[in-house]
Write a new protein. Structure first.
Length: 434
């Protein structure tokens, strides 16, 4: 093993150890990258990239899409659109077997289409759907499992911050990634609903049927959903139709959410200021991590670690699909212990060249990676969404939440296998655009 390979190996191990010690992700990546680069190339060039990378990142106009979509998500959360989505879905589905659980999944999917954050989707739906499930006697663990699983739709159904970060790291088209995520998102909703039906037949006492809403109540519930539909059409319709760029669509989404919230008298001046502050904090954290990820890419480039790993994996006695299954298994295991954002930022610079060399479509791989990270968000022993729900609802224990999400993880693995062997699920809409 030559010196550069040894330094790359030690650097990757150091990052993992620092993360396990709960050192912030940005500091882990950035510090190891600068020290490793300085050791191999020299401290003056290392300090040079430490100065240059942050400036180029925060002044890049294309990256402005990140704070824009984050702000849009915060504004729609404050505007109460999640409650309207759940009310409409429950009015039409609540009386069916497992109806309120399916209504929660549909509401999560609809909210994800204008939000883009899994954590925000799960946290919001915990406030909206959990009290209603408890009211009609749903099993606590089952209720939490449905909401946690539904929350993962936030980073799959576009607009998705995770897709944006993947596009930045790999220099792929964000708009194409957004379009590619639509059918897998719909497939996820369908598989979750199928899982609910199977669970209902196995244990009906977990999911009592709700009261049937009248025709008037059903149609009345739809009158407030127009805001969500309008925002989705404004953002995704503009992108799919080629009328606006992704950055312009993000700006339109923020403007639309702001106008709708003010017109409906749900966004006061204080709420707007609080939303700006919250989105600023989230954006600053993401940009800090992004800058560190670029520094880590410089470090990997000088060590040629990606090329060495690509050669190693392609030399394995497996088919390309077999190698991809090995990569997916790694992501699932890593996602159980490390935050999904950290996993993507740490590993994409390493695995992406391998995937390209194997001849796989980068857009398909992006959807596959985001779907795999979704599983990590609810996987024991960590599962960020499970921990957040446990902090929000103390009387539902972590073991109960984990028990509730396990059937939906099974559905996630089925979906992952389908996408792995049938890439057209993600690429069909992409091909129709050409």
């Amino acid at each position: 093993m030559d010196e550069a390979t040894l330094v790359a190996t030690v650097g990757c191990i150091a990052v993992i150890v620092l993360m396990l010690m709960r050192v912030p992700v940005a500091i882990c990546l950035g510090s190891v990258a600068v020290v490793g680069f300085g050791y191999l190339v020299g401290w003056t060039p290392a300090l040079g990239i430490l100065i240059d990378s942050p400036i180029r990142t925060v002044t890049n106009f294309n990256f402005s899409v990140i704070p824009m979509f984050i702000l849009m998500g915060v504004l729609v959360s404050a505007g109460g659109m999640s409650r309207e989505l759940f009310r409409a879905a429950n009015a039409w589905l609540g009386h069916l077997p497992g109806g309120m659980a399916m209504a929660t999944v549909f509401a999560c999917g609809g909210f994800a289409a204008i939000n883009g954050s899994s954590v925000a989707t799960a946290a919001t739906m915990t406030h909206v759907a959990l009290p209603e499930m408890r009211r009609i006697g749903y099993d606590p663990g089952m209720s939490a499992g449905v909401i946690a699983a539904g929350g993962t739709l936030g980073i799959l159904i576009p607009p998705s911050v995770m897709f944006i970060l993947y596009a930045i790291l790999t220099e792929t088209d964000v708009a194409t990634l957004f379009i590619a995520g639509i059918i897998p998102g719909i497939l996820t909703v369908a598989l979750y609903c199928l899982t609910i039906q199977i669970l209902y037949r196995a244990k009906k006492s977990w999911m009592p049927r709700g009261e049937r809403a009248s025709q008037h109540e059903r149609w009345d519930s739809l009158k407030d959903v127009w805001a969500t539909i309008l925002l989705f059409v404004l953002v995704m319709g503009g992108i799919y139709g080629g009328f606006v760029t992704v950055t312009e669509a993000a700006g339109l989404g923020v403007l639309g959410a702001l106008i709708i919230g003010i017109a409906r008298r749900r966004l006061t001046w204080k709420v707007i200021v609080d939303a700006l502050v919250e989105s600023l904090r989230t954006s600053a954290a993401i940009f800090f991590i992004l800058v560190s990820a670029f520094l880590f890419q410089y470090f990997l480039a000088v060590t040629q670690a990606s090329q060495l790993l690509a050669g190693l994996l392609t030399s394995l006695p497996f088919s390309p699909i077999g190698i991809m299954m090995v990569i997916m298994a790694f992501y699932i295991l890593a996602g159980m212990f490390v935050d999904g954002l950290a996993v993507i930022l740490l590993t994409i610079p390493i695995f992406f060249p391998v995937v390209v060399q194997l001849g796989f479509d980068p857009i398909w791989f992006g959807v596959l990676i985001v779907m795999t990270v979704e599983i990590g968000l609810i996987s024991p022993p960590i599962g960020m969404i499970c921990f957040i729900m446990n902090n929000m609802v103390r009387d539902i224990s972590l073991p109960q939440i984990y028990k509730g999400v396990l059937p939906f993880m099974g559905a996630d693995f089925v979906r992952l296998a389908l996408l792995l062997f049938f890439p057209e699920i993600a690429l069909f809409l992409v091909h129709t655009m050409k």
